[in-house]
Design a protein around this ligand. Structure first.
Ligand code: NAP
Length: 463
């Protein structure tokens, strides 16, 4: 049975950029289309709230666009609903013509080295979630009484983590960094932050503005070993062949840093290139990291790989953050590609299994859970629009499954299960409360980091 777009009911799972941009693309085709945007938290925006660094408020201003999307007549926010627990994927598929998964990639990758599970060894993703006030990590503990810490990886998340550790808390107080993190960082003893990159400067995954920021921090020396900036033949060739100017600009920044004298600043960020951790030492907790120096060679496919040499050295670090990428996870009932941590799909149409070309009718995917954890916020707009193009084609072709139930029954089902579903207006209540708490102490907002407290505030405001 074919259905017109205006009558299609859509559930989007995950209220980060991919979820909102998918809603926007659908609204462009049918402004009042019925969209339920489902999130496990009463607070929306995914990594814009829980991942983007607090000292990057401009990036967060994208939420103004999301507010506009949420103001459409057919749009509802179903907050505090966990898909897979409160409601199953099948139950959603029975109630919506289109279920679009945009729940991101919230776990981390492991290094696979001895000592990795010692206390003091953490995923950077957890630290990021903690300092951004994600309720799931509000009680996490990071021993910042350590003088030396290491951040493994040299992507933009590593830049964020190093910067938050290095930045004076007097400056961080002007951001929406979670209160518990501000207090912990104010007492931190961290003096040296080692950034450990397995390949060379040409292959560094970070973008130049983020790299440059490290060298602009007040009270921080950046330390680069000039030896690391002497390019090997493989890197020279790769750089010459690259259209992307980012690596050349990163090199310029690093070369300038290499000429800077140390000032004896209160903190230092030390960059290690061609360096792979091979073990974390310690009995009760991490007390060191053994690193092997790598040499680089062409991988024969236009890129460069690291090959371990015999040279090792040790860093006396008490805390290690592995910042080697996020990873998606399955929700029950969804086909999953364990190796890549994504839902298998063809341009956003979920397929029955990895390698299959058979789509699962009415099931779509966008964002990091579709393509893996890379790209900036705007990348998700293209990605979500691409998925919605497939949705629209399937609507036009009559390829959506006929719905077997009425959409209102999602409300009945959740009520029956005593799930406290929160709305967009409830989020606006929380938003006002956080801003009011911030205003009282001269901060842009003080985040509420406890779901029970959020629900209490919501209940009180509903009267
Ligand atoms: P990423 O950009 O993929 O960087 C991951 C880093 O981990 C790379 O340096 C990678 O090195 C390294 N790595 C991976 N496996 C490793 C291993 N086994 N041992 C040692 N190092 C390893 O990931 P991310 O930093 O988590 O960022 C995710 C995405 O979010 C990126 O697209 C990023 O640009 C974006 N983001 C953007 C901003 C911003 O715009 N301000 C802020 C945060 C995040 P190799 O290159 O050698 O694999």
């Amino acid at each position: 049975m074919s259905i017109s777009l205006a009558n299609v009911r859509v559930a989007i799972v995950g209220s980060g950029p991919a979820g909102f941009f998918a809603a926007e693309a659908l609204q462009k085709a049918a402004p009042d289309i019925a969209i339920d945007l489902i999130d496990r938290l009463p607070t929306p925006f995914g990594l814009v709230r829980g991942g983007v660094a607090p000292d990057h408020p401009k990036i967060k201003s994208v939420t103004r666009i999301f507010d506009r999307i949420a103001s459409h007549v057919g749009f509802r926010y179903l907050g505090h609903v966990r898909v897979g627990t409160d409601v199953s994927l099948d139950e959603l598929r029975e109630r919506y013509h289109v279920v679009l998964l945009a729940y991101g990639a919230d776990t981390d990758r492991l290094l696979g080295i001895p000592g990795e599970s010692l206390p003091g060894s953490h995923a950077a993703t957890e630290f990021v979630a903690w300092y951004n006030g994600n309720p799931d990590y509000a009680d996490a503990h990071f021993d910042l009484a350590q003088r030396e810490v290491a951040v493994v990886g040299i992507g933009n998340v590593a830049m964020d983590v190093a910067r938050i550790l290095a930045k004076p808390t007097s400056v961080l107080a002007g951001t929406d960094l979670a209160d518990h993190a501000l207090q912990a960082l104010a007492q931190a003893a961290v003096h040296t932050i080692h950034l450990v990159a397995r390949r060379g400067p040409v292959q560094a995954a970070c973008t130049t503005p983020e790299l440059r920021e490290l060298g602009e921090l007040e009270g921080v020396d950046v330390v680069v070993n000039p030896r690391d900036l002497e390019l090997d033949a493989a890197s020279e060739a790769q750089l010459a062949a690259m259209e992307d100017r980012n690596p050349a600009k990163n090199l310029d920044v690093l070369r300038e840093w290499a000429t800077r004298p140390r000032t004896g600043a209160a903190r230092q960020v030390v960059l290690h290139f061609n360096a792979s951790p091979v073990a974390l030492s310690g009995t009760e907790r991490v007390d060191g990291m053994t690193i092997v120096r790598n040499r680089l060679e062409s991988d024969g496919r236009g890129s460069v790989r690291a090959v371990a040499t015999d040279e090792t050295y040790t860093l006396p670090v008490g805390v290690v953050f592995r910042s080697v990428g996020y990873k998606g996870r399955a929700i029950p009932g969804v086909p999953f590609d364990e190796r890549n941590g994504v839902v298998p799909n063809l341009n956003g149409r979920v397929v029955e299994q990895v390698g299959s070309a058979t789509p699962v009718p009415g099931l779509y995917v966008a964002g990091w859970i579709k393509r893996g954890p890379q790209g900036i916020i705007g990348t998700n707009k293209l990605c979500a629009t691409d998925t919605v193009t497939q949705v629209l084609a399937d609507v036009a072709a009559g390829a959506l499954p006929a719905h077997r139930d009425d959409v209102s029954s999602i409300d009945a089902l959740l009520a029956e299960r005593q799930v406290t579903v929160t709305s967009w207006s409830d989020w606006q209540t929380l938003d006002r409360e956080e801003q009011a708490r911030g205003a009282a102490v001269g901060r842009p907002r003080v985040k509420i980091t406890n779901v029970a407290e959020m629900l209490e505030i919501i209940r009180a405001s509903r009267g």
